[in-house]
Design a protein around this ligand. Structure first.
Ligand SMILES: Nc1ncnc2c1ncn2[C@@H]1O[C@H](COP(=O)(O)OP(=O)(O)OP(=O)(O)O)[C@@H](O)[C@H]1O
Ligand SMILES: [Mg+2]
Length: 414
């Protein structure tokens, strides 16, 4: 039996005002993103008389839609369902920036993709609208489903779009709040790590000075004393001692340079980031590194962070990948800077994601350290690795300081 189409669109000012008040109440309930999305999903199903609502948000890179909120019991799946741009009805809506309605027989709709985790076989009709922030920025996609067949009217879809638009600002605020909280946590972790790193670095320097440089200076001093004793009686012995002392002075100088180079990459100051990365690429032993780097103007601390990430990524290639070649790229697209280090080595199973793309990998200090640096730049670090198919590490961050604070929210529907 087909229920009559329900017209839910706006038009009644009193109803509109009540709805507005409830939307404002929902999005001002707090700054917890999950809670806001749960509230939104509940309000939407109630208002549109639908059975279930899913809220997908675009990820930071603007590439995937991630389920972030839903009505029970699907709220438990938050964070566990992802769609690429263009994939499924939601992906289609996100990619086209237009609503979609399927009244029945969704399986025969080419845009539809069954997601087993959501078990939506029970649902017959659906309406999906983009969540658009200002200025026309895609924040995510909102879907409603009904068990019984339902003809979603233009007015229904308009109402959904209107509500989604009103909620976009609240969602963005909550995301911004979460991003700032994460950034603060990253700062704290980074500060702890800096203290630890300083201690390690001090021990390393002390070791190098004690075992290397000071030993050489002691021997050098012996040779000079021997030369001083022999200078009148045996000038040829004195000459040999001075020669020895000279070699030791050179070795001590080399070791001093090495110790200093470990503290700060001196090439960065002299050559700038692009040339330093090229020089880094050439300096990696037993690995052919193809460098493609564009000169870009970045503040010194940002350039150092990028250089350190490239250095650790290449060290990982040497240590773990067993690769023949690697590619190092530094690109600027508009205001976004991208650093990529890719190798053709054995790859690894980055945990936590079915397609082996992950936020986390096996334990070590390198990857977490790189991720923290990326977060401090207001950017993202992506590790794509498949056993047997090499590894791609991609850092993306905004070039300008103002945009570094809002980068995670930057998404574009195009
Ligand atoms: N390019 C790569 N190819 C293959 N495996 C990699 C690559 N990069 C990282 N890995 C894997 O990820 C793990 C974690 O890397 P990470 O840099 O965090 O730690 P690590 O290199 O083992 O130690 P550390 O960097 O603290 O000296 C490595 O042990 C390795 O198993
Ligand atoms: Mg490492």
């Amino acid at each position: 039996m087909t229920p009559p189409a329900t017209r839910l669109g706006l038009g009644d000012p009193a109803r509109e005002a009540r709805l507005l008040a409830r939307i404002i109440e929902t999005i001002s309930a707090g700054l917890d993103l999950e809670e806001i999305l749960r509230g939104i999903a509940a309000l939407i199903t109630e208002t549109t008389q639908t059975d279930v609502c899913f809220v997908y948000l675009l990820d930071e890179a603007g590439e995937r839609l991630v389920l972030r909120g839903a009505t029970p019991p699907f709220h438990q799946m938050a964070g566990q369902v992802e769609l690429k741009m263009g994939e499924g009805v939601s992906g289609w809506v996100a990619a086209h920036g237009r609503p979609a309605v399927i009244t029945e027989d969704k399986l025969s709709d080419q845009r539809y993709k069954h997601i087993p985790a959501l078990g939506r076989e029970d649902f017959t009709s659906l309406a999906s609208v983009p969540i658009l922030g200002k200025p026309h920025r895609l924040v995510g996609v909102l879907n409603v489903h009904t068990r019984q067949r339902r003809e979603f009217t233009d007015a229904d879809v308009q109402l959904l779009g209107w509500m989604a638009g009103l909620m976009a600002g609240g969602i963005e605020n909550a995301r911004l709040h979460r991003m700032l909280a994460q950034r603060e946590e990253a700062m704290e972790r980074f500060a702890e790590r800096i203290v630890l790193a300083q201690e390690t670095e001090r021990r390393r320097l002390a070791g190098e000075i004690h075992d290397g440089i000071s030993q050489r200076v002691v021997s050098l001093s012996f040779h000079l004393s021997a030369a001083a004793d022999a200078v009148r009686t045996a000038p040829d012995v004195a000459a040999r001692e001075i020669e020895e002392a000279q070699l030791l002075a050179e070795a001590a100088l080399d070791e001093t340079r090495f110790a200093i180079a470990g503290l700060h990459p001196p090439v960065l100051d002299d050559l700038g980031l692009a040339a330093s990365l090229e020089s880094l690429a050439r300096s990696i032993p037993r690995l052919e590194v193809h460098a493609e780097v564009r000169p870009c103007e970045l503040p010194a601390h940002v350039a150092t962070a990028v250089y350190r990430i490239a250095q650790e990524a290449l060290q990982n290639v040497v240590k773990h990948a067993g690769a023949r070649t690697a590619r190092l790229r530094l690109l600027a697209h508009g205001d976004t800077i991208t650093l990529e280090v890719e190798d053709d080595g054995q790859g690894f199973a980055a945990a936590g994601h079915p397609d082996q793309t992950s936020q986390a990998g096996p334990s070590g200090y390198g990857l977490p350290g790189m991720r923290e640096r990326a977060e401090l730049l207001g950017g993202t670090l992506e590790v794509k690795s498949y056993p047997g198919q090499g590894t791609l590490l991609r850092l993306r961050f905004p070039a300008t300081a103002e945009r570094r604070s809002t980068f995670s929210l930057r998404v574009s529907p195009e």
